[in-house]
Design a protein around this ligand. Structure first.
Ligand code: ADP
Length: 259
């Protein structure tokens, strides 16, 4: 009889183990599918600037006597595409490292200082925009200072990129109930309601044609990187936006106000 009970338990255990294994397999399959899609999308994104570079170099080789101004334009085009290629590779490497579970630092960070410093940096790439800081409370939290700065720079770069010259970009930082809230607002082109959930997807870009022509174009990886940084800090990020009016990106992080 004991042998029979023992057999039943063994069978039950084996069944549980088999089910657990199946579950792990499904999880693994899902991770692999995501990776496969990332590689396919990445290859596609890399091919676009590469094709443009090859095409332009072809023209230069085949027509060595084209007018100087035309030549200059072609070379500038190659340079723009090469910049874009570089950006894509950098962003992809970041996300790949993120997927492999790279550790974030746990240091004491004065978030207000990081915000001030990101705004100072943004002056350099903003050209004709008004950059202003509204209410900025002193907030300290535990996290990775460099990553948090990178997060703010991504949001500021987007605000600049998608706001016509002369527009205003505003930042605020408040803290209550152990929660810091950073808001980066612009009065730019805005994002349609149906696109808002999609802009955090890798390589998703709302409308490639709407970029400023001299810009080499984004990678569609800025917001996914931003979200990854926020996730690693146990925070939340979301977008409030209206087409033609502007966009606000809100980041919430666990923190304490400095008294
Ligand atoms: P990109 O490199 O294209 O800027 P992101 O992942 O940072 O990639 O953003 C994805 C898309 O979300 C952008 O292509 C743009 O269409 C939209 N977007 C992001 N930020 C803003 C903003 N502040 N205003 C309007 N559209 C934005």
């Amino acid at each position: 009889f004991l042998g029979f009970i023992g057999g039943c338990i063994e069978m039950h255990d084996r069944k549980v183990a088999e089910e657990a294994l199946k579950e792990r397999e499904t999880e693994l399959q899902q991770v692999m599918n995501v990776q496969k899609r990332f590689v396919a999308d990445a290859a596609h994104e890399l091919r676009t600037p590469l094709t443009a570079i090859q095409g332009n170099l072809d023209i230069l080789i085949r027509h060595p006597h084209i007018p100087e101004d035309e030549k200059k334009e072609i070379v500038q085009d190659v340079q723009r595409e090469a910049t874009r290629l570089g950006r894509l590779v950098n962003d992809m490497l970041q996300l790949a490292r993120g997927d492999s579970g790279l550790a974030f630092k746990e240091e004491e960070v004065d978030l207000h200082r990081v915000l001030h410093s990101a705004f100072r940096d943004a002056e350099r790439f903003s050209e004709d925009h008004h950059l202003e800081l509204g209410k900025v409370e002193n907030v300290t939290l535990y996290g990775d200072r460099d990553r948090l700065k990178q997060l703010l720079l991504i949001l500021l770069e987007n605000a600049v990129k998608y706001t016509p010259a002369g527009g205003t970009i505003r930042g605020t930082l408040v803290c209550s109930d152990s929660r810091a809230e950073v808001r980066i607002s612009d009065n730019g082109i805005g994002i349609a309601e149906e696109d808002i959930p999609r802009v955090f997807e890798r390589f998703y870009r709302v409308d490639k044609a709407r970029q400023r022509s001299e810009d080499p174009g984004g990678t569609g990886l800025g917001l996914p990187i931003a979200r990854w940084i926020v996730d690693q800090h146990g925070g939340k990020i979301w977008i409030e936006s209206e087409v033609g009016k502007g966009t606000t990106v809100v980041v919430q992080l666990r923190a304490e106000p400095v008294t």
